[in-house]
Design a protein around this ligand. Structure first.
Ligand code: ZN
Length: 206
């Protein structure tokens, strides 16, 4: 497992970016996170893992079983070791999964809110509730699902990088949220509503 760590001169939060959590997703997330790792963190510290595991069996991150698998244990270790305040989890999905991931009935069907499309099939949402418990209410945790069929395209890669860069650049959570709301007003509003419905105001998005 490759891990990049960079520390900014200016104090700030620890930021963890992880891709390739299961199956072959690392093939799609690594090129983007490798590029992010070449950029400078402006405050705090960045830990970047382009692919947590390669060609593993696919175990969904919503299941308890995942956190007992090799990949899941690595992930829990990273979170305990670095104690991040910003956490970005990067996944990749196939075209056939789009409807399921964005299904407005997803809460009823599998107990978690649907993802919101930021545009071009780049989806954002909260992280698995099981994993969210490892963080505090003040932490920022986001899942990004990138489209497997188009993430080779430079424009898509750049758009995902632009989202991750917000995390890399911002020194605190409120600024990060403000930037997201400015860039994607309608989508973030929707994602925040879904988050509040799900966590019933026990947590702030995300
Ligand atoms: Zn995934």
């Amino acid at each position: 497992m490759k891990l990049y760590r960079s520390i900014a001169p200016e104090k700030g939060p620890t930021k963890l970016f992880v891709g390739g959590l299961h199956g072959d997703e690392g093939l799609y997330t690594a090129p983007i996170l490798e590029r992010l790792a070449q950029e400078e963190v402006s405050a705090g510290e960045a830990i970047i893992v382009p692919s947590l595991i390669e060609n593993s069996k696919y175990i969904g991150v919503l299941t308890e079983q995942y956190y007992r698998s090799e990949a899941g244990l690595r992930l829990l270790y990273l979170i305990q070791e670095y104690n991040p305040s910003f956490y970005f989890e990067l996944h990749a999905y196939g075209k056939q999964s789009y409807a399921r991931l964005t299904d407005p009935e997803r809460v009823k069907k599998i107990g978690v809110p649907p993802f919101v499309d930021l545009g071009d099939g780049i989806l954002i949402g909260s992280i698995a509730p099981i994993l969210r418990r490892e963080f505090t209410e003040h932490d920022f945790c986001m899942t990004i699902e990138i489209p497997k069929w188009s993430c080779e395209r430079e424009a898509i890669k750049e758009q995902v990088l632009a989202i991750l860069r917000i995390g890399l650049m911002k020194p605190e959570r409120e600024e990060l949220m403000r930037e997201f709301r400015t860039r994607y007003p309608a989508q973030i509003k929707k994602a925040e509503e879904l988050f509040y419905q799900y966590y019933r105001h026990q947590l702030k998005p995300f």
